[in-house]
Design a protein around this ligand. Structure first.
Ligand code: GLN
Length: 347
């Protein structure tokens, strides 16, 4: 068989697996299954390998999760597969520091301006000395330095408790990814030293970097990302457990920074095309939030040149345009999405 015959055989195989359950699926479930089939063959992009441990992931893994603010879960693919959260942790830790230190103090240490630069750029705002925003490495490292706690263990425990509230289950730090991050994280160390030079962070760089490396090395699955996004969409309360993960007064801070800065130097085009607050990570995860309606988690490890999941971006673009999720699509009243949850096919 040639490549295209192989592909057809694969598509037919996938379709036959999905058909029986399509008969009773909601239109949204069908839509996700169709997206899965459409993008499964897409092998564009490259798995991150600058952190050696990340290069070991199976590049073909693919999952999509949609979780509504009233707790409905619609998913497809390798939904239980664990992977590291990486930069998708950044908005959640940002939220924690807003609770810990207040909006004004956090803003005095980390800006809210998009950089237009790579996520790991060694660059600070010249006039203020602050890192540009909490979604790039510089800002996220400074943000990790603001987490309250008597000692490093207490700080990590607070981060893990915060994740538990968002996910509804206990997560853990993958020690081999963490060790890999720590032993190769020279750029991040350089960024931390530059911030120390500008007086933007405290002396204890090692503890701050250590917490940052650990928060990036937390293992999640795609379902977790869906629930975490849905918690933000639900004003900070986990729709499955009802636990409060973030004080509702800070939701707008977290979402607006995700909106303008969450997809690195693709953030402008992302906001224009998809129109949703989101955050990606080099582990291949993306969280996207449709405020007051739902959360989206996508996992697919192959990344584009900016470090965003190739399939993840496509899936979010399609979901947003099909259901009119763009924040400024003022025609949309979400009726198409809401009816897609409940109708069932008769065939
Ligand atoms: N741990 C990674 C780093 O610091 C996170 C980067 C990312 O996901 N974009 O480089």
């Amino acid at each position: 068989m040639n490549d295209s015959q192989n592909q057809q055989a694969l598509d037919a195989q996938l379709d036959s697996l999905i058909q029986p359950f399509k008969a009773v699926a909601s239109p949204l479930q069908e839509f996700l299954s169709d997206l899965y089939i459409k993008y499964k063959p897409l092998t564009e992009g490259k798995v991150a390998d600058y952190i050696p441990e990340l290069a070991k992931v199976d590049p073909d893994l693919f999952a999509i999760s949609v979780v509504t603010v009233d707790g409905k879960v619609i998913e497809v693919g390798d939904i239980d597969q664990l992977f590291t959260i990486q930069s998708a942790s950044k908005p959640f830790v940002h939220g924690l520091t807003l609770e810990d230190c207040g909006r004004d103090f956090v803003l005095s240490r980390v800006g809210v301006e998009p950089t237009g630069e790579a996520f790991n750029a060694i660059v600070l705002d010249e006039s203020s000395g602050r890192p540009y925003n909490p979604m790039v490495n510089a800002g996220a490292i400074a943000t990790a330095g603001l987490v309250k706690g008597d000692d490093p263990t207490a700080k990590l425990n607070r981060v893990m408790e915060m994740f538990r509230n968002y996910c509804g289950r206990d997560l853990y730090v993958d020690m081999s990814v963490y060790t890999s991050e720590r032993s190769t994280g020279h750029r991040n160390r350089a960024i931390a030293h530059l911030m120390l030079n500008f007086g933007m962070v405290d002396q204890n760089l090692d503890d701050m970097l250590d917490l940052y490396f650990k928060q990036c090395s937390v293992m999640v699955n795609c379902h977790d990302l869906g629930v975490m996004a849905a918690t933000l969409a639900n004003n900070g309360r986990n729709p499955m457990t009802n636990a409060r993960a973030l004080d509702s007064q800070y939701i707008k801070d977290v979402l607006s920074v995700m909106y303008t800065c969450g997809m690195y130097d693709y953030s402008g085009e992302w906001s224009y095309r998809v129109g949703l607050p989101a955050k990606s990570g080099v582990g291949g995860g993306i969280v996207a939030v449709v405020p007051k309606l739902l959360g989206i988690g996508v996992f697919s490890p192959r990344l584009d040149s900016r470090g965003n999941s190739v399939r993840g971006v496509k899936v979010c673009e399609e979901l947003s345009s099909h259901f009119g999720f763009h924040s400024f699509d003022l025609h949309d009243d979400h009726s198409k999405f809401l009816s897609s949850l409940t109708r069932t096919r008769s065939t």
